[in-house]
Design a protein around this ligand. Sequence first.
Ligand code: FPP
Length: 314
Amino acid sequence: MRNCQAGSLYRPARSVLAGALPGFSPNRPPRWASLSDQLDDSPFEIRLMSGNSREIQRNFAPYWGEGEEDRRLFDQLDLDSIPQHVAIIMDGNGRWAQQRRLPRVAGHRAGIASVRETVETAARLKLRILTLYAFSVENWKRPRSEVATLMSLLKEYLNKEIANLMANDIRFGTLGRTQELDPSIQRELQWAREKTSGNRGLLFNVALNYGGRAELVDAFNALWQQRKNGRQDEPAIDEQSIAQCLYTAGQPDPDLLIRTSGELRISNFLLWQIAYSEIWVTKTLWPDFRRKDFFKAVLSYQSRERRYGGLTNQ
Ligand code: FPP
């Protein structure tokens, strides 16, 4: 039985991005724009820019020259309004493979490059949390060989990327009933979680053997257990007490939910947490998802007015 978290909030990120990713500079705490920050490199343009925005600018500088479209989209971003938490339903691996007359697992393998680029983009944009939906409780219905490949790709990814995660201050986490996975996978996940536990930059969550309804069942059971063992005069259950028993306890809800491959479904993902998330769907299949697609999603998010059920200018 899971334990619920005792009321603490997610610790703000203090990312120290240095090392493996070219162009990362040691992080300073975000601060308001100072006079010197207001003068950008161009003598013809005076722009208000916070220290945080400047740092994001520097994080992406090594890329420019690689893709004109990336640069054009990046320049349109409001670097002071980057979403804190982005969650992604990675879909379309099978169709990507089918289009190329390849076995489905080739699509999953190709999807790893998208995972790598997405994690790197999220870290460079200084997001606090990135959550990727890698394997649902319903995915066990797939052929055994496909499930086995997905699990071995995850292991392979962790082994290859751990040094990069460490060098870039990225903390690895999991959401889901990971205790039901093969012991060898559990050991790998535990190793990655422990090794990166001291990192303070991006929190990279992988949802594995995850289901939104299963998460609520687990949370209610944990809450029920807690109440059974507790005092008789406990206050009534409220939204906060439920949130503290979710796998995401202490983490802010996703601001932006991305789904690739064009399907207009939630697929049992983060049912509680996405109550007020902005949703962006792209027809791009996951193995083709790149930095520019991430920028497009953030741009769309930044064009939305988030009212949380209230009115404009309230
Ligand atoms: C959906 O495509 C994708 C998945 C079920 C798995 C995604 C997993 C990876 C990209 C690899 C491992 C992840 C990490 C984080 C290292 P689909 O097979 O449902 O595609 P289809 O709808 O076109 O059939």
